[in-house]
Design a protein around this ligand. Structure first.
Ligand SMILES: Nc1ncnc2c1ncn2[C@@H]1O[C@H](COP(=O)(O)OP(=O)(O)OP(=O)(O)O)[C@@H](O)[C@H]1O
Ligand SMILES: [Mg+2]
Length: 1063
């Protein structure tokens, strides 16, 4: 085998084949039982990595290239050794067979590892027979061959260099002094010429040699054979953190003196670099290799999908899409299919491939917090089974900076806002390339206002900074996909597949027409309605909604989209007819839960409608109510929901029939994409054979409606110029802040790669993009966010000011960062700390102010009940009692107050009351605001609080705020009694459920993570088995994530600084 020329072959063999070939089986039950844990190697094996497939040839291929010119003795030896291994391993593998054979159950089953071990042992044996000793093996320039215990390059190459510090801390056997001294001896044996060569390679690669003291002491741990790793890791779970700390410190203390260890370190660096290079090459190659029987994944994944989701077979389009060249070759892709087409599953399979096969992190971007929570809950079980972490980035949740994991890969599930912050953080840390895959669901969100701008910035940064990150976008409503393709440098896959056929109808007066969008006259007569309505009924329900819904309910489900929140409630109440009245235990239980979630109060409309099997759903409901209603509808306890358009693109709640009460959302005629999303809810896969939608029209809207059903989908346009170019301003600020671009020319190059540039003629027709860019830079300079200086060659170089850095780090709106700075500075002079009001005021979001006008009577009443300190604080910020009193009395005010400050204080009082009382209902009552509004005010305040915290962290003068705002963020995020917070950290556990769990004895995260789902179902009222499983899985996932993060922290803490001065 030549080192210049390496062919990659994947060799496979099933257990059956091995037996047939007369090779002894390595998958004995005894082995399966004795292997209990992962460790890096066995984890990779569990996940069906390529160790056992094309390993030898892959690794040698990987190694071949850097040392192609070094055809020395060492390589000849390697060749012979490789041949020995090749012979050995090929005797176990045969082409074209399932790698996983009968043993693809990768969880808790180390048979795979056992097989590897045995292969290894045999290889060792063979090499000994061929006359290689430890020294000769170790003399090879390739990291993979340096292990005396592990002659097979296969096994060692796939252990990442960075992983061994974990082993150092955890592995019992690693510290065995005899092994260590043996290995150190071997390290010293590298010939100086060889070392020089390795050093050269290192220098060329521009890497630094950084080692933990522990790594130095046990420099060859990563080349220890798999069995030692495994033994170590079986015990590490039982060892206390103190033990680990002590041990690591001892190891540090025992480390060789700096002068000696530097040599050892450099040698080791050479080894690690080689291994890194090998692992990376292998990684890159594996992306193109089908490693398992289920779209490159182990059959375990297939089993889990069947078990957890009930998905037994992929749709044809899903198979085709997964077989696309662009997918296989890790290129960017946009795919669009109608609603309910099953797009998510394809994305999930790609994510699993990224995490398990390519061993890279992945980022999934979803448009709403509720969707993120649902996904985190839904993926927790998969993560636990397959050994990856699922991290939630939504609202104020998510770690910044994200923890660098050595042993596990992470799937970040994020909202658009959080994904942007996450990408910024990764760019700043130089770790963006660790995200191998970025998936954007509902890609058409690119065209939606400020969130669209954020999404575009995120994508543009990933495209510019990390060439190796694959981007996948999906949507049901894209028309100008070419623009998006150009922007994302992506290929496109489209299909009109829908598992359940959707038939669209419109109703005009007493006639139903079927919609045929392709025809000139697209409304075809379908049937005449002959509902026998009394004259009073006709008055109440002129559009015959009751008749239309009762054609399907209660036997089937129905969604009625209404133009306003009030209309939702009215229509739900109107439909309640006696024949639907059916008191059953589940409906009573739902009402009971609604009541408990409201602290004894229940919405009168829901109290009336639920016994009929109906409910309304809009943003006026609290999160708990919404969740309860959604779950009851999904479970069939409710058969009909009246809702606003918010349900159209949110949680997956399909129906047999969807009725659009009117073609309006508030006062605006429906957009094509909104219409498509709404009608797309019709037809439940696996339940209904067809789905149907009925749009209720008035004669006057007929023409517009014809356009609505037949016109192409609206195009999706860049929003960087939205709201006076806020998007492009903040893009440029963060580009400079993150040092992605430093000069005007670089900024121009970056902007040329945005969607804005692709659509320049449409999005900024009057001005050239270059002018826009320059103006934007000027704007930022004038705002004191950017500054310019000249470099030695007299070029203009841009830098962010400290305010600019704080602004982009905190994701603060550029237009109010100076106001925030001023408010916080003023706060330092006279911060009132004997009440939370002042701090709450400082984090009350500026953009909520326009949504609520103070009720002066209520304001005055609240003001009067404030403490003297609080009143003084109000007065200090410019809202004295006299002002509020005069307003309440309807008198004119002599000295007007700043309306922004006044309204912000009013909202702060609302949030403050919530923090004090924890009762949404009573606060809603007192301030005469809808509980939904109050809830969204609270979540905005908690999200803004974490933004302000990041803002203050960047400005030294605000040091005092750090501790205060950290605690306030936590309080606002949960706003419940302190003891419930650990339970509510689990995705999807809201206050009511947390209370139930707490009362049932589950008081901490550990309690939940170790709970028995069957017992939970028995002891917690109205908890279904599915919900119990999800809660336990999510808690386990969160606990694992936290424990891993702590472990990483310990490792980092004990790492010897690379620049430690030495004699
Ligand atoms: N191969 C399959 N077999 C059976 N059910 C499937 C399959 N693929 C997906 N599904 C189910 O179909 C339903 C709709 O899928 P999904 O949510 O992925 O649709 P979508 O294309 O993302 O639609 P939307 O545009 O509305 O978000 C889900 O309940 C999903 O579990
Ligand atoms: Mg979807």
């Amino acid at each position: 085998m030549s080192t210049d020329h390496c062919e990659i072959e994947v060799k496979r063999m099933s257990s059956r084949k091995r037996i047939k070939d007369g090779v002894r089986s390595h998958l004995t039950p005894a082995k399966k039982v004795s292997c209990t844990d992962g460790g890096e190697d066995s984890e990779a094996a569990r996940l069906g990595m390529d160790h056992s497939t094309g390993d030898v040839s892959l690794v040698t291929a990987a190694l071949g290239s850097p040392s192609a010119s070094q055809k020395n003795l060492a390589f000849n030896q390697l060749e012979i050794e490789d041949q020995a291994l090749q012979h050995n391993i090929l005797s176990y593998c045969s082409d074209h067979e399932d790698l996983f054979g009968d043993y693809d159950s990768i969880l808790e089953d180390c048979s795979f590892m056992a097989k590897l071990e045995d292969v290894e042992q045999d290889a060792k044996q063979q090499i000994t027979e061929l006359g290689f000793d430890k020294g000769t093996t170790f003399d090879q320039p390739h990291g993979v061959d340096l292990a005396p215990q592990c002659p097979s390059p296969t096994f060692t190459a796939l252990k990442m260099a960075g992983d061994h510090s974990q082993n150092v801390l955890c592995g019992e056997d690693h510290a065995d002094s005899d092994i260590m001294s043996e290995l150190n001896e071997v390290c010293e044996d590298i010939p100086s010429s060889q070392f020089a060569f390795q050093h050269e390679v290192l220098t060329e690669m521009g890497r630094s040699d950084t080692f933990t003291p522990a790594e130095k002491a046990t420099g060859a741990h990563f080349i220890l054979d798999g069995s030692i790793d495994k033994q170590g890791s079986t015990t590490h779970a039982r060892r206390s953190m103190t033990d680990l700390l002590k041990r690591a410190m001892l190891e540090n203390a025992c480390a060789a003196s700096p002068s000696i260890s530097r040599l050892a370190a450099r040698k080791e660096a050479a080894v690690i670099e080689e291994m890194d290079a090998a692992a990376n090459t292998v990684q890159a190659m594996t992306s193109e290799i089908d490693l398992g029987p289920f779209f490159g994944l182990p059959t375990k994944v297939k089993d889990l999908l069947a078990q957890l989701r009930g998905i037994k077979e992929l749709y044809d389009w899903q198979k085709t899409c997964l077989a696309l060249d662009s997918v296989k070759q890790h290129r960017n892709l946009i795919y669009s299919l109608p609603t309910s087409g099953g797009k998510t599953l394809v994305a999930e399979i790609l994510i699993l491939k990224e995490l398990l096969c390519r061993r890279m992190d992945a980022l999934l971007v979803l448009p709403y917090i509720s969707l993120v929570q649902e996904k985190v809950r839904g993926l927790a079980s998969l993560g636990l089974e397959l050994g990856f972490l699922v991290e939630e980035y939504a609202g104020s949740k998510g770690r910044f900076p994200p923890v660098k994991r050595r042993n596990k890969r992470s799937l970040y599930v994020a909202t658009i806002e959080k994904a942007h912050s996450l990408v910024n953080a990764l760019v700043e840390l130089g770790r963006l390339e660790s995200v191998g895959l970025l998936v954007v669901d509902e890609l058409h969100m690119l065209g939606e206002g400020s969130r669209g701008a954020l999404l575009e910035m995120t994508l543009a940064k990933v495209l510019y900074v990390s060439k190796s990150t694959q981007i996948i976008g999906m949507s049901a409503t894209l028309s100008n996909v070419k623009d998006l393709q150009k922007f994302l440098k992506a290929e496109n896959y489209t299909s009109d597949f829908r598992p359940v056929q959707l038939v669209e109808y419109v109703k005009i007066q007493d006639t139903i027409y079927e919609v045929h969008p392709q025809e000139d006259d697209c409304f075809w007569f379908s049937r005449a309605l002959n509902f026998k309505y009394s004259s009073s009924m006709q008055k109440i329900d002129p559009d015959h909604i009751i008749a239309l819904v009762t054609e399907v309910i209660p036997a089937h489900s129905c969604l009625v989209f209404c133009p306003s929140k009030k209309n939702c409630e009215n229509v739900a109440s109107m439909i309640c007819k006696d024949f639907l009245l059916h008191h059953d235990v589940k409906k009573a239980a739902l009402l009971q839960e609604l009541r408990s979630s409201g602290g004894g109060a229940v919405c009168p409309v829901l109290q009336f409608t639920v016994p009929f099997g109906l409910a309304y759903h809009h943003s006026g409901l609290t999160n708990e109510e919404r969740k309860l209603v959604e779950e009851a509808y999904a479970a069939g306890v409710l058969c009909l929901l009246t809702c606003t358009s918010t349900l159209a693109a949110g949680i997956n709640l399909p129906a047999r029939r969807v009725i659009l009460r009117s073609p309006y959302v508030a006062m605006n005629f429906l957009k094509r994409s909104q219409y498509k999303q709404m009608v797309g809810r019709a037809g439940r896969a696996g339940i209904d054979a067809t789905g149907e939608s009925i749009l209720i029209l008035q004669e006057k809207d007929k023409l517009l409606a014809k356009q609505l059903v037949s016109s192409p989908m609206e195009s999706c346009y860049s929003q960087l110029m939205h709201d006076n170019g806020k998007g492009i301003h903040s893009l440029i600020l963060s580009l400079v802040g993150l040092k992605i671009t430093r000069t005007l020319e670089q900024i121009r190059d970056f902007v040329l790669a945005t969607l804005l540039s692709v659509q320049e003629s449409h999005t900024c027709p009057e001005r050239k993009l270059w002018d826009v860019t320059q103006d934007s830079v000027e704007f930022l300079r004038q705002k004191g966010l950017l500054k310019a200086s000249k470099d030695c060659e007299n070029n203009l170089v841009l830098e962010v000011t400290s305010l600019g850095r704080a602004t982009y780090k905190g994701s603060i709106d550029l237009t109010c960062s100076d106001i925030l700075y001023r408010d916080l500075s003023k706060g330092l002079d006279s911060l009132v700390l004997n009440s939370l009001l002042h701090l709450v005021y400082l984090v009350t979001p500026y953009d909520m102010v326009s949504q609520c006008k103070p009720d002066w009577t209520i304001f005055f009443r609240q003001f009067s009940s404030m403490t003297a300190a609080e009143q003084k604080m109000a007065s200090d910020i410019g809202v004295p009692e006299s002002f509020v009193a005069r307003k309440a009395a309807g008198q004119s005010v002599k000295k007007p107050a700043d309306p922004m400050v006044v309204a912000r204080l009013y909202l702060a009082l609302v949030v403050f009351s919530l923090v004090k009382e924890n009762s949404l209902w009573s606060v809603a009552n007192r301030f005469q605001l809808s509980r939904g509004f109050i809830q969204s005010l609270l979540s905005s305040a908690s999200a803004f609080c974490s933004c302000v915290l990041h803002f203050t962290e960047e400005l030294e003068e605000f040091w005092a705020y750090k501790a205060l705002l950290t605690e306030l963020t936590r309080r606002l995020t949960y706003c419940v009694k302190v003891e419930l917070i650990p339970l509510m950290e689990v995705a999807g556990v809201l206050e009511f459920r947390a209370k139930q769990l707490y009362n049932a004895g589950y008081k901490t995260l550990a309690h939940l993570a170790n709970a028995d789902p069957s017992l939970l179902v028995r002891t917690v009222q109205n908890l279904s088995r599915k919900q119990a499983n999800q809660i336990v899985a999510s808690a386990k996932m969160l606990l694992t994530e936290k424990a891993e993060a702590l472990q990483e922290e310990v490792n980092n803490m004990l790492t010897l600084p690379s620049d430690l001065p030495s004699s």
